[in-house]
Write a protein that binds this ligand. Sequence first.
Ligand SMILES: NC(=O)c1ccc[n+]([C@@H]2O[C@H](COP(=O)([O-])OP(=O)(O)OC[C@H]3O[C@@H](n4cnc5c(N)ncnc54)[C@H](OP(=O)(O)O)[C@@H]3O)[C@@H](O)[C@H]2O)c1
Length: 266
Amino acid sequence: MKKKILLTGATDGIGLETARTLVEQGHHVLIHGRNREKLDNVTKELTKLANNDGIETYVADLSRMSDVDALAKAVAAEHTKLDALINNAGIYSTQNTITEDGFDVRFVVNTIAPYLLTQRLLPLLEKSGRVINVSSAAQSPVDLKAFAGQSRLSHEAAYAQSKLALNMWSFALARSLAEKGPPIVAVNPGSLLGSKMVKETYGIDGGDIGIGADILVRAALSEEFGLANGRYFDNDSGKFATPHPDALNAQKSRDIVQAIELILAG
Ligand SMILES: NC(=O)c1ccc[n+]([C@@H]2O[C@H](COP(=O)([O-])OP(=O)(O)OC[C@H]3O[C@@H](n4cnc5c(N)ncnc54)[C@H](OP(=O)(O)O)[C@@H]3O)[C@@H](O)[C@H]2O)c1
């Protein structure tokens, strides 16, 4: 059955490969990117690929909360229902690591933007939809001062902390919505898959990004993942796995949600 899926970070790497598969399968795909030209080129390629007229494009820089808000509004203006939201866009290293608002861009793009987008789009996802949050095997305990922009971290630390923080709010939201909301699942797509991020960060070719795309497609569409609310899938081991202890800690997870809400409140 044709599904309607919003996929962030569809202009490169695992996201682009995921978009290709979803389009080839005939789904209605809402692709997001931060660069209009790159997004237009991807759209041209995808349209040729499957002669699929169910492709829509949305531009938003997820390091700006006003853009995230506008993205959610634009999607909600065009659609009353989404079958899946795949929060795939992510950043590891970049020249300017501090956003206009003074926060680490990894926390903003990898943790806070997907939180805001998910919250805004919950009414469209209902119980039958699902949220797939693209996490990583790299996870480390969150320094709340750094999260709040009061101290600085290395690329590696900021990335790993942003991904654990993503898992923490994912499971907290999954618990609080329970049966009332869409399943919310965190997925490590596989480590060192050969995307732009991996090539630039580690200077290696990396593995087949198709491995990451396949698991995201499965997570978005399979019945198995529809029953996985609040769970963590680790594609390095190919199965659901026990999350990092901090992601199971209700108090620490509440602290992260509170820190996100504080930042969003401005
Ligand atoms: N590759 C791996 O081995 C691996 C392992 C674990 C987890 N992951 C996760 O998988 C996801 C996809 O990463 P990837 O490896 O495919 O990396 P990638 O090739 O660098 O793709 C990242 C995507 O996110 C977009 N993006 C980055 N910053 C953005 C911003 N400020 N606003 C909007 N979009 C932004 C990029 O846009 P542009 O095209 O404009 O750059 C691109 O579409 C990420 O969440 C990453 O953390 C990857």
